[in-house]
Design a protein around this ligand. Structure first.
Ligand SMILES: C[S@@+](CC[C@H](N)C(=O)[O-])C[C@H]1O[C@@H](n2cnc3c(N)ncnc32)[C@H](O)[C@@H]1O
Length: 284
């Protein structure tokens, strides 16, 4: 983690001098995925352009906030499943986002107090809030790395990672609502394959990805609005999402609508009401 910097206080981003954020490399003039997402989830780390884009997307998809919450609910179900049923005790959470309770370590350590988590994001505003992710005791350590998930070799050799995770033991790799921010031209499949190859047998991937498959028109409008706002946001098909798990064994129920992936309680009436594919797979 980068140290020695003074960060603005967590809270309503607009109440902090925008110049403070810009000095830290946060471009507040353009919408950004982490802050739009924070806005939908009811957080306070967002600026006017983030809210404008969040609202534009909300025009096309009025239930977008509920969908963002379904995505987080999957994350919690998947982490619990990995800890309880797959014996995973260490997680690499890529594209962490602005801390939102419960975070991965809260979920995992509620079941196994010795669970360890490394969080990774490449957005300086997430780095500014990383202290909220580094609250564990010695048994259940966490750490935060400010990095791009696309350089697996560098990331997996980072001392903050190697001092927290044992890469000889299975790792739970979380790629929750992040790969849509990587354009096809930047080869997200190759980047995920490099991570898959480096992890030991028994490791698992839990992943969500927005899709146009359930509502082509509205999601098409969102992708167009994002493009106009200068953001990369690529919805992907079930086949494209399934390819991120290539060579690993998909756990039941396979790549499913996010609400339909091992729901707590009764199955939802319309699992396709949240426009994300979700899945969990295990390395043999
Ligand atoms: C939509 S948020 C999702 C946050 C969280 N995973 C969740 O689902 O609640 C996507 C996050 O991925 C981060 N991100 C995007 N591209 C990234 C990359 N190449 N490497 C690391 N983080 C990235 C963004 O900064 C943002 O915080």
């Amino acid at each position: 983690m980068t140290t020695g910097q003074t960060f603005p206080q967590q809270g309503d981003a607009d109440r902090t001098d925008v110049g403070d954020w810009e000095r830290l490399g946060v471009d507040t003039s353009k919408p950004h995925s982490a802050r739009i997402y924070d806005y939908w989830l009811g957080g306070k780390t967002n600026f006017a352009p983030d809210r404008a884009m969040g609202d534009a997307i909300g025009q096309a998809i009025p239930s977008i906030r509920a969908m963002a919450k379904e995505n987080r609910a999957f994350q919690a179900r998947a982490v619990r499943h990995l800890v309880r049923d797959q014996g995973i005790r260490q997680f690499l959470d890529l594209g962490t986002g602005i801390p939102t309770s419960p975070n991965t370590h809260d979920i995992a350590q509620a079941i196994a107090s010795d669970a360890r988590v490394v969080y990774v994001d490449n957005d300086p505003i997430v780095l500014a809030h990383a202290r909220a992710l580094m609250v564990s005791d010695e048994a259940g350590r966490t750490s935060y790395i400010h990095a791009d998930l696309g350089n697996a070799e560098k990331l997996l050799a980072d001392p903050a990672l190697t001092s927290t995770l044992d890469l000889e033991q299975p790792v739970g790799l979380l790629l929750i609502a992040v790969l849509m921010l990587i354009a096809d031209a930047d080869d997200p499949w190759g980047k995920v394959a490099a991570l898959r190859d480096a992890l030991p047998s028994g490791s698992c991937i839990a992943l969500t990805h927005p899709t146009q498959d359930f509502d082509p028109e509205s999601v098409g409008q969102v992708a167009a609005a994002a493009r106009e706002g200068g953001m990369t946001l690529v919805p992907r098909s079930r086949a494209e999402v399934t390819a991120f798990f290539d060579g690993w064994e998909l756990l039941e129920p396979g790549v499913s609508p996010v609400m339909g992936w091992l729901p707590d309680g009764e199955a939802p009436a319309d699992p396709e009401a949240a426009y994300y594919w979700a899945g969990v797979a295990r390395k043999k």
